[in-house]
Design a protein around this ligand. Structure first.
Ligand code: SAM
Length: 232
């Protein structure tokens, strides 16, 4: 069940991630740095949110972009933003990708979604199935060693559901996600058949220095997310 942050408050979430420091000046440039040329490629955007990545993929020349999200409100925002330039539909990704054909997709992007899944292996196995041989996936997720993650850990190696209140849209909203070890993430990737070709901890845009020195210093010295590229 998606948090209210992504349903009732989807429009405010979309507004916030357009310009905020964590998404606009840290997460997106860091994940985009792992992507290659998109010209004429068939791309899946999993956990697409409001379509900000889909817009980028179209600008980079992708010939077909399919946006998938558990939240109908997010799918509506994508359709409002991009109309028939993309194909967008609602799907809970814990149930796989039943509408996508095997060996059909060049690239999968999945920014900040996998921490909402209790079990990663079936998800990566489905992504592997739909990718063409030679295709790749890029994703970002909470850094397993970020302070905010470790705060909740009784045992770092146990995957645990975390419940937090997030202030992303200016009002505290409950968000549930899974805190997990790097080992857990890597095992799910490799057991699905993928080979990791890049891993980064991201780089905050220097422009943030003038906007909020404290956040700039924090993200420059304590990464919040990891960014991974895996190849089929
Ligand atoms: C943090 S937002 C990221 C949105 C977008 N990728 C971005 O970077 O702007 C996470 C998104 O994942 C979606 N999501 C969470 N759990 C999901 C699931 N089980 N299946 C599909 N989408 C899910 C949420 O609805 C939300 O839109």
């Amino acid at each position: 069940m998606a948090s209210e942050l992504y349903t009732t408050h989807a429009a405010q979430y979309a507004e916030s991630v357009t310009h905020n420091i964590y998404n606009a000046h840290y997460e997106r440039p860091s994940l985009q740095a792992l992507m290659g040329d998109m010209t004429n490629l068939n791309v899946l955007d999993l956990g697409c949110g409001s379509g900000i990545y889909a817009q980028y993929l179209l600008e980079k020349g992708a010939s077909r972009v399919t946006c998938i999200d558990a939240s109908v409100d997010m799918v509506t925002l994508v359709n409002t933003l991009l109309g028939n330039k993309v194909h967008a539909y609602q799907q809970d990704l814990t149930l796989g990708l039943p509408n996508e054909k095997t060996d059909s997709v060049d690239v999968v992007v999945c920014p900040l979604m996998i921490h909402y899944l209790a079990d990663l292996t079936p998800f990566f196995t489905e992504v592997y199935r739909v990718l063409k041989p030679g295709g790749y996936m890029v994703f970002s997720t909470h850094h397993p060693c970020a302070e905010s993650e470790l705060r909740h850990a009784n045992n770092y190696f146990d995957t645990q559901e975390v419940v937090e209140q997030w202030n992303t849209v200016g009002t505290p909203l409950e968000v549930r996600f899974y805190r997990r070890s790097l080992t857990n993430i890597m095992q799910a990737i490799t057991q699905s058949g993928f080979v990791v070709s890049a891993l980064s901890e991201g780089q905050v845009d220097p422009v943030v220095k003038t906007r909020c020195e404290k956040t700039y210093k924090k993200l420059s010295t304590r990464p919040a997310f990891i960014f991974v590229r895996c190849n089929k």
